[in-house]
Ligand binder design. Sequence first.
Ligand code: ATP
Ligand code: MG
Length: 105
Amino acid sequence: MKKVEAIIRPKDFDRVKSALKQMGIVPLTAYPVQGRGVQGGVPPYDLLPKIKIEVVVKDEDLEKVVKTIADVARTGTPGDGKIFVIPVEDAIRIRTGEKGNEALY
Ligand SMILES: Nc1ncnc2c1ncn2[C@@H]1O[C@H](COP(=O)(O)OP(=O)(O)OP(=O)(O)O)[C@@H](O)[C@H]1O
Ligand SMILES: [Mg+2]
């Protein structure tokens, strides 16, 4: 399992959500954040508003999830966002006790 953390432009959030849902990946966590990349914001703003999406996926789905998010969020200009991939040791669905891939989606 991998956790995909994607920090994207707020305007792209609805389309990323829809694209993930279309590939059968409905569960996710998202929250508004402020951040900066290598350019260090846009004067006079030190930090810019972004949306951070966290979705834990099966290893077999990782590549297509990353590609889908990147394809939807890419404009080709600075600030399009960044995706981090983090190994996940386990997942537990509290209601049923299912673990690992079975607990994801
Ligand atoms: N190394 C990092 N660590 C933590 N967060 C980061 C990092 N790089 C980018 N981010 C987050 O991602 C957001 C978008 O980053 P951004 O797309 O500007 O990256 P970049 O490396 O500057 O690429 P670009 O040159 O295309 O702008 C930032 O506002 C910040 O929240
Ligand atoms: Mg940047």
